[in-house]
Structures are given as C-alpha cells and as structure tokens.
Design a protein around this ligand. Sequence first.
Ligand SMILES: [Zn+2]
Length: 429
Amino acid sequence: MKRSLLVLSFLACSPLSVAEDLVAIQAGTLLDGRADARRDQVIVIRGRRVEAVGAAGSVKVPNGAAVIDLSRATVLPGLIDTHTHVFLQGEDPTEGGYDAQLLFHGLAYRAARATVSARRALEQGFTTIRDMETEGAGYGDVGLKQAIERGHVPGPRMLVVTRGISTTGGYPLEGYAPEVEVPKGVQIVDGPVAARKAAREQLDHGADWIKVYMTHRSWVDKEGRLVSQPTLTLDEIEAITDEAHGWGRKVACHAYGGDGLRRALEGGCDSIEHGLDLDAAAVAQMVRKGTWYCPTLSPYLGGWGPPDTPAGRRDRKRAEVHGPSFHRALEAGVKIAFGTDVGGFSWNEPMAQEFAQMVELGMSPKAAIRSATTAAAEMLGMGGEIGVLAPGAFADVVAVAGDPLADVRLLEKIVFVMKDGKVFRNDLH
Ligand SMILES: [Zn+2]
C-alpha cells in the first residue's frame, strides 16, 4: 500500500508522466515591467513556461491549445513580494502579540497557519515571495517551500532565509526574568566565528538568502531624532556576507538608520530592509554599491502606540522619516524592490496596498509595478524567469479589470492568477 502510494505520488509530480499542457491567453492589454502597455496580445504557454508572446495578428493560437479569454482585462506577470513572513499572523495584541506565537503555538500549528498565509499570497497574485525569516519556527520555511514545489499545498514560489540572525540583546523574546530561558525569534550570534557558523548552518539547511538584523530597538532622543541600536559589529556582518557570497547567495539586512545601517552598507549587505532613516550619505553609498532598498512602507503607517508614550512617539517619528527617506532614495536612483512585511500585519489586509503607498510618495505607477516585477526579479537573481512575460519565463500570469497605470489600487483586486502554467484563480468566467 505504502509503495503504491509512493509510486503514484512520484508519477503525479514527474514532468515526464503527462503531456505538457498547451495554453493560449488572449490579453486585452499586456503590461510588464519591460515595455509600455500593449493591446490585444497572445501569450502561448507550454507546460510551466511561456513559449511565445506577441500581437494577436503575429502570434497564432496553436492547434489544440486551451484558450483563456482575458481580452477584457489587463494582464501582468505574477507579482513578487520580496519581504513577507508566512510564519507570522499579524502579532495582534488581543491574541497575545508576537510572544504568544513563540510561547504557545507549536511548530505544527504555526506550519499549518503558514500554509494558509502562502495560499493568501498566491490568491492576491503574488506568485513569488522572498520570505524573511520564520520568527522562531526554525527551518519551517524550507519545508513549506518543498511542499509547494511538490504540489502538496498551493502557494507562491518561495525564496527563504530560514532563522534570521541577530546578536545577544538584539531580538525578542525579551523582558522576561533573567532566570527564565525563553525562545528567540532569530539565531543569536556573538563574534565573527559564531556569525559565520550560523550563516553556514542556515545555508546548509536550505537558506536561499541570509537575513540579518543590523538594528534593533529604536527611540526618539532629546533632540527629537530617531535613534536605532546597532546590533552586529562590522567584523560580524562581514563574516556573514563573505560566507553567503561564497555560496553565491545574498544577504538582506534589516536596518533603520545610524551605525547599524552604516555597518550594513560597509559590510556588503545586498538589500536594506525598511531603511526608515536613510540620510544623504547612506543613499549615495547605496547608489555606489548597487545596494537594493526594500522600503516596506505599509506596516509603519499605522498601528502606533498611544501618542504620549515613548513607543507612541517612536512610532510617529518612524513614519515621519520614512517618507522622506523613500523619496531621497527614489530621486537618487537607488534600486527599489517591492516588499510588504505582511505577516507583521494581518494576512487579511491587501498586500498590494503597498503600491498605493509608493505612488503617494512620488513613484510612478509604472515604476511601482516594475519594483514588484522586473526589478524584484533582478534582485532575486531571476531576471528573465519571473517578473516578465517573455519566451522562456515561468508562466506566472495575473490579471486585473481596468488599467492599473491609471489606478494602482486595482492591483488589490486581482481577478486571475496562474502560476507555473496552472490556473489557480479565475473570477472572469
Ligand atoms: Zn519583516
């Protein structure tokens, strides 16, 4: 019994066991990060890849192809969110906040909920995510990624970072009696040897990227400036970037500003996450080094503490400096990748709300879409494979009714999702 099940599941997954599906999508308007909107296009898909794309007159629907009529919609490549947390569920204080997830929720429970988060991302048209650490759930992201790849559960293609890295005093859980051993939401390292070893372990267990927290606490000082506590020293972060780069992998650094941000840039980080407080020097260095910026605007614009408390003042200050930082980076030509930090806020909120935030701060809708397609693909080292609809790319396709260049909020209402050539959602038929 067991053996026959194994054989069956092998056959179901094997690309040799079934003839490759042939599909033609008729697109009313095609919009991808590389070109201007094109009318009346045909996208031919064989198996999991795009075979041909072109004007309806020049690219013919092949004989025997299943036709999907999106002639009244705008068709885009599958969207990419480069900063998610499928193992977080919004940290709602009424449900115990962050701490409850680590203290009361077992790994199986968290993994079960993470499969729902992954499905939510796909439903909303995000066919690729870079998931930015499991927050105490170990290597659960590697397992979920495998389950998606093997077709056991629906979800986006995932690039995972596993456990995340910070230093002693650099990550929750915290505030418990010193005698009580509590779990931490990251792997804690002190010293370059431990830092390198943690990176090696995580890479060995399947990390596609390494995630490092380069700042932790933040507060408003007497002069009214936002201050962030730096975590890893320069030699610690250099040990990690050196190791990761040796494996051909990249390092994402959570950094708000100040010394932690400077060390991240100096130490060779490939992407700065959040970057709330980017001064002119940091922006210039990012341009010079080609460092990516993943601003994650949405989570900082609400959910603030009461105004007359240190936490409330900090939260307001963060939001106040974030916009100008984003604007400075945009003007200087820093490479910007779309990221939401969803999971840090509820998976019931639309991930695509981030587009409107970016546009409100001066980015064009076209550039915002590019940040979630071609630009994100480039950052992930998958240019030409995702974030674009062209021959050879994965057949990840989404559609909206209307023109997202005129109203970027339409991206919050995705009506069609295909991933790897398989239709996951179609509200149009
Ligand atoms: Zn995050």
